[in-house]
Design a binder for this molecule. Structure first.
Ligand SMILES: Nc1ncnc2c1ncn2[C@@H]1O[C@H](COP(=O)(O)OP(=O)(O)OP(=O)(O)O)[C@@H](O)[C@H]1O
Ligand SMILES: [Mg+2]
Length: 508
């Protein structure tokens, strides 16, 4: 007979609204000792909001939160953490120019016996935490020198500092490489064995079947199903999430023409500090009108660097030739890049994409302001129309385009970034991990959009760490390993094995 367990943490009839609009309605959830509970739902379903309530970020809500059977009312995340409820947020919350150790201990600094900050003790402890995550970086490194995946691991290290009984991970793996995900899963299994109850939010359903014990599905802020992972399957979960059948299998129609839109020759990108190290090593390729070029590679292979080098983000360190429509262009900054007909949807949306305290319409028009300005005034109506058009096209979930983007769910923020760059009508669209944090249904929408744009003659380059995604959307696949191109394959000839092999190829 199965033992009847008492939940560690219980959410009872919780509702939350933001100025009259319900983000959560009457949600119930139980989490148990030593178990991983997956919270699943479309972008904007209410997952992050629910976890922010549980962890003390929001304290105005209806309903009850019980910890070990007792009602709690955390006033802030620190109070929650002291009771053992710790959250790792979806958006990175690190201070860029502060060291790793400084970030890990921010707000929880260690002091010496006489009350001074104990830097040595903090660096030592930070070093231990990093080692447990297999990160071999000096804890005094400022976090803005780390890659997004590494920053994510620092966030995780910070959470491990607390002796947590309930650990909430809001899309912890969206920026991690497969290798880093495996490390994280090992840590999760250790924590489980110690009886920690873990909440795991992810759009990567395959991961959930590997790591989660239970699931709870939210749709439009309501609980629509809970159960054991072993008793369900992907299709059933997707159906619960969206309330209808969706086809997850997608394959791009070939739209590629013979006409070249961009040619990149001998692109090199020198490391800004270690000048004899190349982040991009002699990369050449051509992109045709209507072609989708997928760049695959493991984390650190140089994919993001190729995009940034082309887009003029590192002018002093980049050499090589770029031609657009047969003419050589000199791209020394973002303005040159836009003028040449290029657009880049960056990997890290928080740092490079959006102005968070501005509304959806303002953000959508950021890259085309000149076209919307008359006598140095922005034409608000035009701006609104532009952004409404993209909200429709991308199926963005917002109550209105006057809403500030920091009030949007993570996935919907990503759609605003895409809209902003599409508004420039680029000839060449560069997209770095465009579907990070995007739910399964919306992913298919974005693939369709990419295909449609290619059909209209745009040349598109997409970087992704998800092999199925690259296989689905690309006409041609470029594979990179250790800063070099290691394979160029047409989609018809590509197999997953062959691409993985090229991605793992080491320097000769
Ligand atoms: N501070 C806020 N002000 C107004 N509306 C908000 C605020 N925070 C969230 N919302 C709204 O509440 C709803 C739920 O958002 P939430 O961030 O919980 O979604 P999510 O399930 O985490 O989505 P995603 O998968 O995209 O991260 C969304 O419609 C969002 O726009
Ligand atoms: Mg979220």
């Amino acid at each position: 007979m199965e033992q009847i367990k008492k939940p560690v943490l219980e959410v009872k009839a919780v509702s939350k609204h933001f100025s009259g609009v319900y983000a959560l309605r009457d949600v119930n959830l139980q989490m148990y000792e030593g178990e991983v509970t997956a919270i699943i739902g479309e972008n904007g379903a209410g997952k992050s909001t629910l976890m922010k309530i549980v962890s003390g970020v929001y304290h105005h809500y209806d309903g009850d939160i019980l910890l070990h059977g007792r009602k709690v009312d955390f006033q802030n995340p620190k109070e929650a953490a002291q009771s053992g409820v710790v959250i790792i947020h979806q958006e990175l919350n690190l201070i860029p120019n502060l060291s790793i150790a400084g970030n890990i201990f921010l707000g929880n600094e260690l002091k010496t016996a006489v009350g001074l900050l104990d830097y040595r003790a903090m660096e030592k402890k930070a070093g231990e935490l990093l080692r447990s995550l297999h990160l071999t970086i000096n804890p005094s490194t400022p976090v803005d020198q780390l890659r997004v995946g590494q920053q994510q691991l620092v966030e995780i290290a910070r959470a491990l500092l607390f002796d947590s009984r309930v650990l909430i991970m809001d899309e912890p793996t969206s920026a991690l490489s497969d290798f880093e995900v495996e490390l994280l899963f090992r840590i999760i299994r250790d924590l489980k064995a110690k009886g920690v109850s873990i909440v795991y939010i992810s759009h990567k359903l395959r991961e959930l079947f590997e790591i989660a014990d239970r699931y709870a599905v939210l749709r439009d802020g309501q609980s629509v199903g809970q159960g054991w992972m072993k008793d369900t399957c992907q299709d059933k979960l997707i159906q619960l999430m969206v309330g209808r059948d969706v086809t997850t299998l997608y394959r791009k129609e070939p739209t590629c023409s013979e006409c070249e839109v961009m040619r990149v020759e001998n692109l090199c990108f020198k490391h800004p500090v270690y000048r004899d190290e190349l982040l991009v090593n002699d990369v050449s390729f051509t992109l045709r009108k209507g072609e989708v070029l997928g760049i695959f590679g493991l984390m650190g292979a140089g994919r993001t660097e190729v995009m940034e080098a082309i887009f003029g983000l590192h002018p002093g360190s980049v050499s090589g030739r770029i031609c657009v429509d047969g003419k050589e262009v000199k791209i020394r900054n973002v303005k040159d890049a836009i003028a040449a007909g290029l657009a880049l949807v960056p990997e890290d949306r928080k740092l490079q994409g959006l102005i968070l305290n501005m509304n959806v319409a303002n953000n959508t028009s950021l890259a085309v302001l000149e076209q919307l300005t008359r006598f140095s005034f922005i034409q608000n109506k035009k701006e609104r129309e532009l952004s409404e058009q993209f909200v429709k096209k991308l199926n963005t979930k917002v109550s209105g385009t006057m809403l500030e983007v920091d009030k949007l769910s993570g996935g919907n923020q990503q759609k605003v970034v895409i809209a902003k760059w599409l508004a420039t009508h680029p000839k060449v669209l560069l997209m770095d991990e465009p579907t990070r944090g995007i739910d399964v249904g919306a992913k298919t929408e974005i693939y369709k959009l990419i295909s449609q744009l290619a059909g209209e003659g745009m040349g598109i380059i997409i970087v992704s760490s998800e092999l199925p995604e690259i296989m689905a959307v690309s006409d041609t696949i470029l594979v990179m390993s250790e800063s070099k191109l290691t394979a160029v394959v047409s989609r018809e000839d590509a197999t997953e094995e062959m691409i993985m092999k090229a991605a793992l190829r080491e320097k000769a």
